[in-house]
Design a protein. Structure first.
Length: 50
């Protein structure tokens, strides 16, 4: 795999994880994990997703 392909793959993974953290009603397990480790600041972005 080329460098660009690996970089794009990692960026896509990170983006999907961050978007899942922002949508607490869609992914409650990730929301509880985020609350446990203190990611409450993402609640201000909940309205931007889906």
């Amino acid at each position: 795999m080329s460098f660009v392909t690996r970089l794009a793959d990692k960026a896509g993974l990170l983006g999907s994880i961050v978007s899942a953290m922002g949508c607490a009603s869609c992914f409650p397990a990730i929301a509880s994990l985020g609350a446990t480790i203190g990611l409450g600041f993402l609640s201000q972005y909940e309205g931007l997703l889906g």
